[in-house]
Design a protein around this ligand. Structure first.
Ligand SMILES: Nc1ncnc2c1ncn2[C@@H]1O[C@H](COP(=O)(O)OP(=O)(O)OP(=O)(O)O)[C@@H](O)[C@H]1O
Ligand SMILES: [Mg+2]
Length: 255
């Protein structure tokens, strides 16, 4: 089903010949080329400080490349701001707004009719296990709940391409496993294209069709994940998964 997606369409994201450096610093990216097809789930891994979050800021348009181009759904736009759903590394919920108002933010920005969307949003809140917390404030939520609110807000942008920067980074391993199976189910259903940053190799393998390894040279190495779908977190105990994990570790250490 999902395998057929995107065969004849233009890539959801195309990065060509990208170079970038912060002022007077060593380049973070050098002539990077990345293609993401519609419906793909792709992870980015790499050491802390290697430039993963910077890549996302370039894609969203918060930063402009020194060289090269970034096309979203085949279009090269003057400004890319607002074209993708972006979940930053920190959840950035507004502390003075309730759960439901945080979730409604993208609609507020787009000036859409809130009332019209409320029944739809209630449905989503309940799918995200947040129905009873609609009127709660971020400080009353657990870390996992805050992440779900931030993620729901990213989905409410209505964008096809979602950039998720370490969404489960701060969670304990049990909560993380739950969130992973939940995300797998949701992604299967929503058919979104996801670019996902993580430090967790098992998470990258479990979720992704492909993994990009960001190397110290500022280039990306690609690895395909040949595991059938649908997947569930039990997969990590199977031998084919363990083999892929070894292969990934080999590639990381030989960079
Ligand atoms: N606004 C900035 N000005 C100057 N340098 C910056 C700025 N933002 C990030 N950097 C530098 O760019 C490099 C990449 O940072 P980035 O946040 O993209 O790393 P990362 O791969 O996301 O790391 P982590 O895994 O810790 O989140 C780092 O060396 C960082 O110090
Ligand atoms: Mg980062």
């Amino acid at each position: 089903m999902r395998e057929a997606i995107g065969l004849s369409k233009s890539p959801m994201l195309a990065i060509r010949d990208l170079s970038y450096s912060f002022e007077a610093r060593k380049p973070i990216f050098q002539q990077v080329a990345i293609d993401i097809q519609p419906g793909e789930f792709v992870s980015v891994i790499g050491p802390s400080g290697s430039g993963k979050s910077t890549l996302f800021k370039l894609i969203t348009g918060l930063l402009e490349p020194d060289q090269g181009e970034i096309l979203i759904d085949g279009q090269k736009m003057e400004t890319r701001l607002g074209l993708v759903g972006y979940m930053p590394q920190k959840d950035l919920l507004l502390p003075w707004k309730t759960v439901v108002d945080n979730v409604l933010l993208p609609l507020e920005v787009k000036k859409e009719n809130k009332q019209q969307n409320m029944s739809e949003i209630r449905k989503w809140l309940s799918r995200f296990g947040l129905a009873e917390f609609e009127k709660a404030y971020p400080h009353e939520l657990s870390g996992g709940m805050r992440q779900r609110v931030a993620f729901l807000r990213t989905i409410m942008t209505g964008r096809e391409l979602l950039l998720l920067d370490e969404p489960f980074g701060a969670l304990d391993s049990m909560t993380k496993r739950n969130m992973q199976s939940w995300l797998l189910g949701l992604w299967e259903e929503l058919q979104k294209t996801v670019l996902f940053i993580t430090h967790d190799l098992e998470e990258a393998l479990l979720l992704s069709d492909r993994i990009y390894l960001l190397e110290r040279t500022g280039t990306f190495q690609e690895m395909k994940v040949h595991l059938s779908r649908p997947r569930n977190p039990e997969l990590i105990y199977q031998s084919e998964f363990i083999e892929m994990r070894k292969e990934l570790e080999r590639r990381i250490h030989h960079e």
